[in-house]
Design a protein around this ligand. Structure first.
Ligand SMILES: Cc1cc2nc3c(=O)[nH]c(=O)nc-3n(C[C@H](O)[C@H](O)[C@H](O)COP(=O)(O)O)c2cc1C
Length: 387
């Protein structure tokens, strides 16, 4: 049976996010592809984003960009520090805008997930909220390269905030992105602070639900003050247990921890500072692979009951050929946007395909991080395929 057209669902109704009006409610979720040169975007990247912005009119979120070199530095990752990095990002945001689409800029710090050898080569330590490795493999790697994990000092925390802020300023004020998205998902540093498995601190950044949430909320407040809440988004993944996360198995349940954070964001909203959006990873993706049927207690319905603003829900929505969860969730209210990651890599014209009920091209996991054009710039639009 051919896939159904989603034209008559809420997915193809326009929606206002911050001060921009999106033509539909499908957004490109951030998918790191590690194609950069010297931590700088290149023409391959520009083409990749332009292809996905063409005939779109929605929101594209860039793959994560490190807040600073100390933020982790993976080979072929990205920074927005130097003038040439800023200029190259502006080429990309200009290209997206020319196509009538909008761009959000995601900033990340990897903390304990940073690469010990790459950091060492730049004279940088491997740091995290506590000296607790994600797993034995990362411990062995850090020891092998003589860059063992250290607990962040209060000064390191201050530096992290300044680095996030500077990168965000470069992205919003100079590279002209519409939004900046704080990456607090997938056990990156901010999630490491939130998670009870990775945060064993005894100061004001650890020990209680409120203290573990302190850093991310401080950063949210800094961003609101600097850019206005309507320019700021944030991504969370409460159920993730890969990279040493506790998911739904921690001694503090993830719903308890994250409902506090979502309530704090809603409290700011009620004070007139509503973030542009909260981006929430569904429990179907608790790790690098997808659960087809997560247990019912892994529902994300509680999120909408707490956070009343725009909610981007991402994770496994396109794996079901009948799009049942997508239709139910996008039609459930007038403020849900569906994020798509993997299928946007292999279907540059994803909005058109979903609107018209065209079949989707399967993504190729082996090419996610493989470098070069292949599996990156060579995916066809439906009208270019031999049908
Ligand atoms: C190759 C790859 C790279 C990713 N990179 C990022 C990233 O940089 N930032 C982020 O927040 N999520 C990242 N994600 C997660 C996606 O944004 C998304 O949440 C996840 O793929 C689930 O959505 P999907 O089922 O539509 O693919 C990545 C996922 C994949 C497969």
């Amino acid at each position: 049976m051919p896939p159904q057209s989603l034209k008559s669902t809420n997915l193809f109704k326009p929606i206002k996010v911050g001060s921009v009006s999106l033509k539909h409610r499908l957004s490109f979720a951030p998918v790191s592809r590690f194609r950069a040169d010297e931590f700088t975007p290149n023409d391959l990247m520009k083409k990749y984003y332009m292809d996905r912005a063409t005939n779109n009119g929605g929101l594209l979120t860039m793959e994560s960009v490190f807040a600073s070199m100390a933020g982790g530095l993976l080979p072929n990752g990205l920074l927005i520090c130097s003038q040439s990095q800023i200029d190259k990002f502006k080429f990309i945001s200009d290209a997206i805008h020319k196509c009538g689409s909008f761009a959000s800029f995601q900033i990340v710090h990897f903390g304990r997930l940073g690469h010990p050898a790459v950091l060492k080569a730049h004279g940088l330590p491997l740091i995290g909220p506590s000296a607790v490795y994600a797993d034995k493999e990362s411990e062995n790697l850090a020891k092998k390269f003589g860059n063992e994990l250290k607990e962040m000092t209060l000064e390191d925390i201050d530096t992290l905030k300044k680095d996030f802020l500077l990168s965000a300023k470069n992205a919003i004020e100079l590279a002209k992105f519409d939004f900046v998205e704080i990456h607090a998902a997938h056990m990156s540093t901010l999630a490491q602070f939130i998670d009870i498995n990775s945060n064993k601190r005894t100061d004001r950044y650890g020990g209680s639900i409120e203290n573990r949430a302190r850093l991310v909320l401080e950063l949210v407040d800094l961003f609101i003050e600097e850019f206005g809440a309507e320019k700021v988004g944030i991504k969370f993944s409460p159920y993730v247990f890969s990279s040493g996360g506790s998911g739904a198995d921690g001694s503090i349940h993830c719903i308890a921890q994250y409902s506090y954070i979502y309530s704090e964001l809603e409290r700011r909203a009620k004070d007139g500072k509503r973030l542009a959006y909260v981006h929430h990873l569904e429990s179907r993706i608790p790790s690098f692979t997808e659960m087809t049927a997560p247990p019912p207690e892994y529902s994300s319905e509680w999120v909408s009951q707490i956070w009343k603003g725009i909610l981007i829900r991402t994770g496994g929505y396109l794996s079901d050929p009948e799009y049942m969860s997508l239709i139910a969730d996008v039609n459930a209210n007038d403020r849900t946007i569906i994020g798509a990651g993997r299928y946007f890599t292999s279907n540059p014209d994803l909005p058109e395909r979903l609107k018209n009920g065209y079949p989707l091209t399967e993504y190729d996991r082996s090419k996610f991080y493989s470098g070069g054009k292949e599996g990156y710039n060579d995916w066809k639009r439906y009208c270019e395929e031999e049908n």
